[in-house]
Design a protein around this ligand. Structure first.
Ligand code: CU
Length: 173
């Protein structure tokens, strides 16, 4: 009987530890394939893609396109974005697989640098949320863009309480 009691206690302890580690890990960073399956292209609806995706600090944007046909230009701000003004661009990439790290919260603006493409809608405006900030749109995290798994669960206080109670009961026995 003593052996059984000890092994159950050990099991409970292991489970408790696993639970704590899982919660402690928090949200993992995601890679967002810009435009989903269509990628960075003139035909893609970036407005609806962006609005159905939650961007958080630490995530990365991945622009996939044919080099020579498109580029990725980061625009200075909202005004430049609205006017497709590429003159004051912050950064330009043309390697066909451009990665942009979202290192802080706030808005960022991108467009294609190929003549006429921005005017045809090949531009992207995103809002990056802080790591624990709640999304103001009520869209779920069902975006098809994620390549990494996330553990975005709220703290399992009930689970903690249950495990603690099991623990206490076993100690008393
Ligand atoms: Cu283009």
């Amino acid at each position: 009987m003593e052996v059984l009691k000890k092994s159950v206690m050990f099991l409970a302890l292991v489970l408790l530890l696993a639970l704590m580690l899982n919660n402690g890990a928090g949200a993992l960073a995601k890679n967002h394939d810009v435009g989903g399956d269509q990628g960075w292209d003139v035909s893609t609806d970036f407005g609806s893609w962006a609005s159905s995706t939650t961007f958080r600090v630490g995530d990365q944007l991945v622009f996939t396109y044919t080099p020579g046909l498109h580029t990725v230009v980061e625009l200075a701000g909202e005004k430049e974005y609205n006017k497709c003004d590429l003159s004051g661009a912050l950064k330009s990439m043309s390697d066909g697989k451009s990665t942009v790290k979202l290192s802080k919260a706030g808005y960022r603006y991108f467009a294609c640098g190929t003549m006429g493409h921005c005017q045809e809608g090949m531009k992207l405006k995103i809002k990056t949320l802080a790591a624990n900030e709640v999304s103001d749109s009520n869209t779920s995290s069902s975006s098809p863009s994620s390549t990494a798994v996330t553990f975005n669960h709220p703290p399992h206080f009930i689970s903690y309480v249950i495990f603690f109670m099991i623990f206490v009961v076993l100690l008393v026995l």
